[in-house]
Design a protein around this ligand. Structure first.
Ligand SMILES: [Zn+2]
Length: 493
């Protein structure tokens, strides 16, 4: 197995250092990533976060690890602001659109999956929903209450941060201490049931007009947002697992609260490596719908947005995002996309040319083995995709030299070059050769035209057995023939 030869180092947000990755179970990786709250179209910044973890998931798989990758769908409990106030985001959207909350959830879950598919994401191993795990969440609340680290007021249950902090360190992930938190949290307005403003909701009693509600020992209500991730990560990955990821903005309070809940229940730190992907900005500024400095993922593919001058393919957009380190801020600009498109096409062209090369007796001008290890070194160094891409371009140069007769490659090196290039370009970075796809689309059309001709000839000869057979067997593989005045056309599904 490759993982026995390659030692990954991960930047752990908890220690602020790069650490050797040692999985809890050899050859296995358990990874949890906080998924989207499905109340609007997926934000490009979120796509970037999930893409970083898609690349990480892909690299672990490439190394031969058995990975259980859990990415949840938040379909209840996420209120408008982090202070446990305001309306549930999904319920609010449902009220405005006058549809069922679950229709909102369905609509934006489909949108989320469609966008991620377009970007060539691998599906996670498990994609659990918050509403599917209400019972598990209630069980965790009972445990925290039993430990004396939560309290009930008027049907709602809150986590007692000050009490917890007596025996644990609340704020260890985000580098805060309790004094700062007390100092920086605004005073309760008298409407709140919380004992202290730092406390967070585990269960909220539903107001009479609140549609999304479930029975519990305390009230008909709904779980606090932070709780679902503790419930689902524990259920599918265990009380202690390898990696927890998410966007930088989730570090506090969301992930801090997850640590507190899990430690309160199980007495141990739930996660060995905390990983956070940095933000995506646009033209040097925060992306926000309200200021117009905003683009939807779909608009990149259609070119239908004032901030870009043309449409970009999903693979180009993916390449653009992976050219930045996942821990750096990424500035989305048209100029950056244009440059990425050039680079992407140059890379794809070289990959296509590579297949046509002829090996020679020996390799000149390039050390394939050393290059191959440098590609692994880049990814082993906290998944450094920009360094990996720079290495891939060193190979592009070599491929072009061979093509021009200025270098040569031995049989063995050629095999290693092909395998390594294909593995990193397609399996790990998840790029797609769109020209090749377009060409195979053309070939399909030509092939079907030949069959349509043969069928027309069969019909002219009154050989209806054969003509029906051609039509039915094409239909069986998803190609429908349609006879019209202008002749026969086809469609695929
Ligand atoms: Zn979460």
């Amino acid at each position: 197995m490759l993982y026995k030869e390659q030692q990954i180092k991960i930047y752990n947000s908890l220690s602020g250092k790069k650490e050797d990755f040692k999985p809890i179970n050899e050859g296995h990786v358990g990874m949890y990533v906080c998924g989207p709250t499905v109340y609007s179209n997926v934000h490009l910044g979120n796509v970037r976060t999930f893409m970083s973890f898609d690349m990480i998931f892909r690299y672990f798989k490439h190394l031969g690890y058995k990975v259980r990758y859990v990415r949840n769908i938040t379909d209840a409990g996420h209120l408008e602001n982090d202070a446990d106030e305001g309306e549930d985001r999904i319920a609010k959207k449902a009220r405005i659109e006058q549809i069922e909350p679950m229709e909102v959830v369905q609509m934006y879950t489909v949108d989320f999956h469609t966008i991620l598919d377009t970007f060539n994401f691998l599906p996670p191993s498990i994609e659990p929903t918050a509403t599917g795990h209400i019972i598990e969440q209630i069980e965790i609340i009972k445990e925290i209450l039993d430990k004396g680290l939560a309290y009930e007021v008027n049907g709602s249950v809150y986590f007692d941060v000050l009490k917890y902090n007596e025996s644990h360190h609340y704020g260890k992930l985000s580098g805060r201490n309790i004094e700062d938190l007390i100092h920086n949290t605004r005073v309760l307005d008298g409407q709140s049931d919380k004992r202290n403003p730092q406390d967070f909701a585990l269960w909220k009693k539903a107001e009479p007009q609140h549609i999304m509600r479930w029975p519990s020992p305390w009230s008909d209500g709904f779980p606090g947002w932070h709780l679902e991730c503790t419930a689902m990560s524990t259920k599918y990955l265990g009380e202690q697992f390898d990696i927890h990821g998410g966007g930088m903005d989730l570090k506090f309070p969301h992930h801090e609260c997850e640590i507190a809940q899990a430690e309160a229940c199980n007495g141990q730190s739930p996660v060995n490596y905390w990983m956070h992907a940095n933000m995506l900005i646009m033209n040097g500024k925060k992306m926000a719908k309200s200021t117009g400095n905003y683009i939807l993922p779909n608009e990149i593919f259609s070119g239908d947005n004032p901030h870009i001058t043309k449409a970009y393919s999903p693979s180009v957009a993916r390449f653009f995002m992976l050219q930045a380190n996942y821990r750096s801020i990424l500035d989305f600009t048209n100029a950056g996309l244009l440059a990425s498109e050039k680079g992407h096409n140059k890379l794809m062209e070289a990959v296509a040319n590579m297949e046509q090369l002829q090996p020679s007796a020996e390799t000149t001008e390039f050390d394939v083995d050393a290059w191959k290890q440098k590609c692994y070194d880049a990814m082993n160094d906290d998944f450094n995709s920009p360094t990996l891409i720079a290495e891939l371009f060193a190979a592009v140069k070599f491929i072009n030299q061979i093509k021009d007769g200025k270098a040569s490659v031995s049989e063995n090196d050629f095999k290693a070059l092909q395998e390594t290039m294909n593995a990193f370009v397609f399996d790990v970075l998840g790029l797609e050769n769109e020209t090749a796809q377009a060409e195979s689309g053309d070939k399909l059309a030509e092939t079907v035209e030949i069959l349509i001709q043969l069928r027309a000839e069969a019909r002219a000869n009154k050989d209806f057995t054969l003509s029906d057979k051609i039509r039915d067997e094409l239909a069986a593989v998803g190609i429908q023939l349609k006879d019209g005045k202008e002749g026969t056309t086809f469609s695929t599904n």
